[in-house]
Design a protein around this ligand. Structure first.
Ligand SMILES: NC(=O)c1ccc[n+]([C@@H]2O[C@H](COP(=O)([O-])OP(=O)(O)OC[C@H]3O[C@@H](n4cnc5c(N)ncnc54)[C@H](OP(=O)(O)O)[C@@H]3O)[C@@H](O)[C@H]2O)c1
Length: 296
């Protein structure tokens, strides 16, 4: 077998390129082939042609309609990207014997379990359009391809784009005070941690099938998470940070958010030995990178 043949045999195709998860995947392995929406529009392009052109051994879908508030006024767009497109991709993978890995969300739950971590068997009850289309996507992917693997993550963070972390740090860098929600709780997921797990699972001897939870470390509110980030960023800030806890009602939004979606990720760990790390381990890297890049 030539080197080109063996590279093709190991090729992993990533749907999405500029997003948090797609970028984390590409940073871990520059040999991945990533398709941004300019090359493959998940909401309408032919998945079979894409697979035939790249001949991957596995596909990781890192693309989604992630504008939670925007989805409220664009349910068809969200459904196309979060459900119909992934199902088409899953079916095309199934027809070619290609592994398919997909990512879903803690928002499939209503967050009213009273703080008990959700297991995979827990009843889903999405509260908003984004969450409903993601839940529909889970069902449609498994129906199209019973070998597919779906990881539900929560509060994915990294230092990119318009993330929550960047939004609060941008304010603090400008010496502005912060109000942060204290009544929404989950288990945050560091994007490179999820990316690493997806790559290991894609390349594992036997990839498990079905829905698994992937988020780790202690449950935290957005306020706890912001406070942990601020503690790390404090030496770089121009003034003493001011942060006040508020309830969700202080920030009315088009999409209702679930209040407590902490998840139990034990099932994946038991099945594969792969589990999420503690989000507090990823945070220092994100913060130090942010300020190092600025100095550089
Ligand atoms: N962010 C969170 O807190 C969170 C929490 C739980 C679960 N999730 C799930 O985790 C996954 C990754 O989320 P993320 O935070 O990395 O998302 P993100 O940063 O918002 O990135 C979204 C990605 O979707 C791609 N995309 C958008 N429209 C597309 C289209 N029409 N065709 C093809 N690709 C398109 C974008 O492609 P381009 O590269 O072309 O821009 C981008 O790479 C998603 O399934 C999301 O639902 C996210």
């Amino acid at each position: 077998m030539t080197r080109a043949d063996s590279a093709a045999r190991d090729r992993i195709l990533v749907i999405g390129r500029s997003g948090q998860l797609a970028q984390a995947l590409l940073e871990l392995d520059s040999g991945l082939v990533a398709c941004g929406r300019d090359q493959f529009d998940l909401s309408r392009d032919d998945a079979g042609s894409l697979l035939d052109a790249h001949a991957p051994c596995a596909v990781i879908n890192a693309a989604a309609y992630t504008d939670v508030n925007g989805a409220e006024s664009d349910p068809e767009g969200a459904q196309a990207l979060n459900c119909t497109g992934p199902a088409r991709l899953a079916a095309a993978c199934k027809a070619r014997g290609v592994r398919f890995l997909h990512v879903s969300t803690d928002y499939v739950f209503d967050g009213a379990a009273g703080g008990a971590p959700y297991k995979e068997t827990a009843r889903t009850r999405p509260l908003n359009v984004y969450a409903r289309t993601k839940r529909n996507g889970e069902d449609a992917v498994i129906t199209a391809n019973e070998d597919a693997l779906i990881l539900r993550a929560a509060w994915i963070f990294d230092g990119r784009g318009g993330s929550f972390l960047n939004a609060i740090l941008n304010r603090l860098d400008n010496g502005l005070p912060l109000k942060v929600v204290q009544d929404q709780i989950s288990t945050p997921t560091w994007a490179p941690d999820l990316a690493n797990a997806l790559l290991r699972l894609a390349r594992s001897e036997t990839m498990p099938a079905g829905v698994f939870h992937f988020s780790g470390g202690p449950a935290a509110s957005w306020f706890d998470f912001a406070r942990a980030a601020i503690r790390l960023a404090q030496p770089q800030l121009p003034v003493e940070p001011v942060i006040d806890p508020v309830d969700s009602s202080a920030f009315p939004q088009p999409a209702q958010r679930p209040l407590d979606t902490r998840m139990d990720a034990q099932a994946l760990l038991t099945a594969t030995g792969i589990g999420p790390g503690d989000w507090r381990a990823g945070l220092p890297e994100v913060i130090s990178r942010r300020y190092e890049q600025r100095k550089g």
